[in-house]
Design a protein around this ligand. Structure first.
Ligand code: NAG
Ligand code: NAG
Ligand code: NAG
Ligand code: NAG
Ligand code: NAG
Ligand code: NAG
Ligand code: NAG
Ligand code: NAG
Ligand code: NAG
Ligand code: NAG
Ligand code: NAG
Length: 397
């Protein structure tokens, strides 16, 4: 199937809305320049359209000068030639069309009062232009159209570029990302650790990246077949965790976080809403599953959902918690924050990350909980009560 681009556009607008409001009102916002990775061509690491990959780096200072936060940008996927060709002509598939200045807010902010635990670290935003969560390695050429599926090499090229800039002797490091970038942290977490000093403290955080292997309301495996097409088109399978792919009967399933999670050795934090709006709209109720459009009102306005629809949403939450049960029980080195808001990505926007009215569980903000986990200040595994009990949400719908 194709990602329904109108729905994606709507979602992007919804996601950006609070951010636009915030950044318009915020005078002292931090804008960071783009760095193109010129050496990437030596590795054949190109965006979909053949342009060079890029990141934005804001240097750390003081006590954080040797600490590094790398954040994967998100933005969906493309799983067939047409959707990838379309994407290659936009900022999601080419650095040519990207804004050269990025706003650094939330976990990327350099101000202690907005980002208490990571503000003085070196902070890097890795731009997303491959359409496969930085994990593909293939190429398409049929005589007229050319597409590079080189996400894995982009990840490698950016790491190699950053290592001599100080990442190579980091004392503390955190690999994070949101949405498709949150999924990339599951895929690349242990690989990141392998490049850093053995005595460094290295951890990973996924924001809104815990995409569930769930059937939609028509009982179709919509997301599973979407990922199957993506893994096959972009040559992802050899780059998936080998301990996972050698165990599962369908190796491409290792693109789903829940299957690779048991094989990740680095301390991990999962930040996700149990009613993640992207998953609601693309996994649970994709347009194909609702031809009679019974869900139109509920999809964009949760207070318009009827009892039957709410029941299905509660079932989705239950299944997410079930998929996380072992992770929840297993170890003290991991953390989680599963709240009950109709949202998608909460670490990059100031109002959800750390503000007077930001979301809370047991009165703890996301920034406090992630900080407590990273610095081992406290056990950090928070699960919210079910909708509609949470009154601190910044709901998108
Ligand atoms: C960004 O980089 C360009 C080219 O190096 C430079 O001209 C511009 O002043 C920079 N902008 C900021 C805000 O640093
Ligand atoms: C951090 O933000 C506060 C509140 O907006 C502001 O007063 C302060 O000057 C900022 N600090 C820095 C270092 O930018
Ligand atoms: C190559 O692929 C593109 C996109 O699918 C298609 O429009 C074009 O006709 C193809 N060219 C040839 C020579 O097959
Ligand atoms: C770029 O690649 C060349 C050749 O592989 C290497 O010698 C050089 O150190 C690289 N430069 C950077 C900044 O990574
Ligand atoms: C790791 O070891 C190196 C070399 O012994 C040392 O310079 C560095 O400070 C150590 N880092 C940490 C975080 O202890
Ligand atoms: C990390 O990934 C690169 C390719 O991107 C690979 O060459 C390297 O062997 C990997 N390292 C580990 C420890 O898996
Ligand atoms: C979804 O499942 C129904 C049967 O439950 C089937 O008729 C339909 O073709 C499927 N749709 C898609 C898009 O796979
Ligand atoms: C697979 O598991 C073994 C044993 O736990 C471990 O040594 C190895 O690094 C793992 N490989 C990957 C790719 O995670
Ligand atoms: C959402 O649905 C409720 C209940 O149907 C309705 O009262 C409200 O006006 C709707 N809000 C929007 C923004 O459409
Ligand atoms: C919640 O935490 C804030 C500080 O973050 C504190 O001022 C407030 O009293 C707490 N509320 C409750 C009910 O504990
Ligand atoms: C640790 O977390 C518990 C439960 O959230 C809380 O009651 C306690 O005050 C926290 N301790 C510290 C040192 O923050």
């Amino acid at each position: 199937m194709n990602v329904n681009s109108i729905v994606v556009l709507k979602l992007v607008l919804l996601i950006c809305w609070p951010w636009l409001v915030y950044s318009k009102g915020e005078q002292g916002r931090l804008l960071v320049n783009m760095t193109l990775v010129r050496n990437a061509s030596a590795l054949g690491a190109y965006c979909l359209d053949g342009s060079l990959p890029a990141y934005h780096l804001h240097r750390g200072f003081g006590a954080g000068a040797n600490n590094w936060l790398l954040q994967f940008e998100g933005g969906g996927w493309c799983n067939d030639i047409k959707s990838c060709l379309d994407r290659s002509k936009t900022h999601r598939g080419s650095t040519r069309y990207m804004n050269k200045l990025e706003v650094f807010a939330g976990i990327l902010s350099n101000n202690a009062s907005f980002n208490p635990d990571f503000y003085n670290w070196n902070r890097v935003k890795i731009r997303y232009c491959d359409g496969a969560s930085f994990a593909g390695d293939a190429k398409f050429f049929n005589g007229t159209s050319l597409l590079y599926f080189k996400g894995q090499r982009i990840w490698q090229a950016i790491l190699l570029d950053l290592l001599p800039k100080g990442l190579g002797h980091a004392k503390k490091a955190l690999l994070s990302g949101c949405s498709a970038g949150g999924l990339a942290t599951f895929l690349h977490c242990d690989n990141f650790t392998s490049y850093l000093p053995k005595n460094a403290s290295v951890k990973c955080l996924s924001d809104a990246g815990f995409f569930l292997d769930e059937r939609d309301i028509a009982l179709n495996h919509t997301m599973r077949s979407f990922y199957e097409d993506l893994v096959s088109l972009q040559g992802v399978e050899p780059n998936l965790n080998q301990n996972c792919t050698s165990t599962l009967y369908y190796p491409h399933l290792c693109f789903f976080p829940q299957y690779v999670l048991p094989y990740i050795n680095t301390p991990f934090f999962i930040l996700n809403s149990a009613y993640d709006v992207y998953q609601f709209h693309h996994i649970l109720v994709p347009p194909s599953s609702d031809p009679r459009r019974h869900w139109d009102h509920c999809r964009f306005n949760v207070t318009a959902c009827n009892a039957y629809q709410l029941n299905i949403l509660q079932g989705f939450r239950k299944n997410m918690l079930a998929a996380l049960r072992v992770f929840y029980q297993d170890s003290r080195r991991d953390g989680m924050y599963i709240n009950s808001c109709f949202t998608h990505c909460q670490s990059e926007t100031q109002d959800t990350w750390f503000a007077v009215d930001s979301p809370r569980i047991h009165n703890k903000t996301i920034a406090q909980t992630v900080g407590d986990w990273y610095y081992s200040r406290n056990v950090s595994k928070e699960i919210d009560c079910a909708y509609p009990c949470d009154t601190t949400c910044h709901n998108m719908i």
